[in-house]
Write a protein that binds this ligand. Sequence first.
Ligand SMILES: Cc1cc2nc3c(=O)[nH]c(=O)nc-3n(C[C@H](O)[C@H](O)[C@H](O)COP(=O)(O)OP(=O)(O)OC[C@H]3O[C@@H](n4cnc5c(N)ncnc54)[C@H](O)[C@@H]3O)c2cc1C
Length: 403
Amino acid sequence: MEFALPTVLGDLRNQVRDFVDTKVIPNETAIIQEDRTKRKDTLRALQHEAKAAGLWTPHLPAELGGRGLGILGMCALFREMGRSPVGASVFHCDAPDQGNMELLRVSASEPVRERWLKPLCAAEISSAFCMTEPAPGAGADPSNLRTVAEPDGDGWKISGHKWYSTGGGDASFLIVMARTGAQAEVASGSDESATMFVVDRRAPGVTHVRDIPTMGVDLLAHREAEMRFDGVRVGPEAVLGAVGQGFRLAQVRLVPARLTHCMRWLGLTARTLDLCRAYVTSRRSFGKVLAQHQMIQVMVANAAAGIHAGNLMTMHCAWMLEQGKSKEARPYSSMAKNHVARLLVKTLDDAIQMHGSLGYSDDMPFAQWYRHARSARIADGPDEVHDIVIARDYLRGRLDVLV
Ligand SMILES: Cc1cc2nc3c(=O)[nH]c(=O)nc-3n(C[C@H](O)[C@H](O)[C@H](O)COP(=O)(O)OP(=O)(O)OC[C@H]3O[C@@H](n4cnc5c(N)ncnc54)[C@H](O)[C@@H]3O)c2cc1C
């Protein structure tokens, strides 16, 4: 069993780590403050530097401006980027654009690739993924999908109501999941009742209702849009993959995207723990530094062991995907996602605790990070749904690739 990264990848990882430490982290406050006034000067300057350093969109193939790294390589680099909440954006590897680039790359028609994929890869435009709907529509259970697409000439007419379309307000185009077949087909397991469409955000009939006020503070693309679609006309080229492949493509997008989320979250967890080390090894209470109190050591040990487990779970799942075992990887991606999301939330909560009143203040970043991190247990499927997948596959005797 080989645990070391290949030399080329290890070097690249070190390069990204160094870039994040020396350029991104010192500028992250400026990037966040500029973003609140709709400016992106510092972000754009750093993106330019990342490009010049050959670190831009490493997940994309060379013809789209990347380095053609597989999912394992992506995971290794995304962990370093994730150490700053703006890190992934600097390298143009943040959600939802990164997952959308991948989805378009494998399933878009030639006109869509020309019109939307190429400028998206160059970060000239941004995108959003519109699957979730307000109740009673699609949420944890995608078979509640209410948005419909009806045949209209050689194309389609889409009507429906979506929310939590991250970045939808600023996006140039949207990937919209809509029903194109009878719901009974979902129940029968054939899963061919939904289709994904690429929709121009400025097309007649598309309305950005609002950005939903949430627990998280605004951060670059991470604004949760509510969108309405009223008879929006798209041509046949807007279909991703083929009609009826919506649910299948959702899995193609979600499993690798889940792992890249995990690695970004592990990066942030690791940075949180680093900040804790600095405090508990310097702050004194009851005659000794905090780090000498065993209850503090338990919190540190749980976080360190959790990060290690999260790294292994995520990299193992990425390895499965690279072996072509996408179906088998699904429950493992659920395990990794649940483990890492809970770890991030718990470690941030413990970091606030270990820092006392300083931790609760905005002089430290934990409170802001926590507000974002809490969504990790809901977005991309809530914990419970992932636990159901894990338990179901285990009970059926399908989890047979445990190391
Ligand atoms: C910050 C953020 C960003 C997001 N970005 C996007 C995006 O870009 N695009 C997009 O399409 N969606 C996005 N989402 C939506 C996300 O995918 C959904 O919130 C998620 O799938 C859950 O759906 P729901 O919110 O409708 O919860 P519901 O379906 O209403 O479920 C509510 C709760 O019920 C419980 N539950 C549900 N099913 C079960 C079960 N079988 N067993 C036990 N308990 C259960 C869970 O605790 C769950 O949290 C985002 C969400 C957040 C919070």
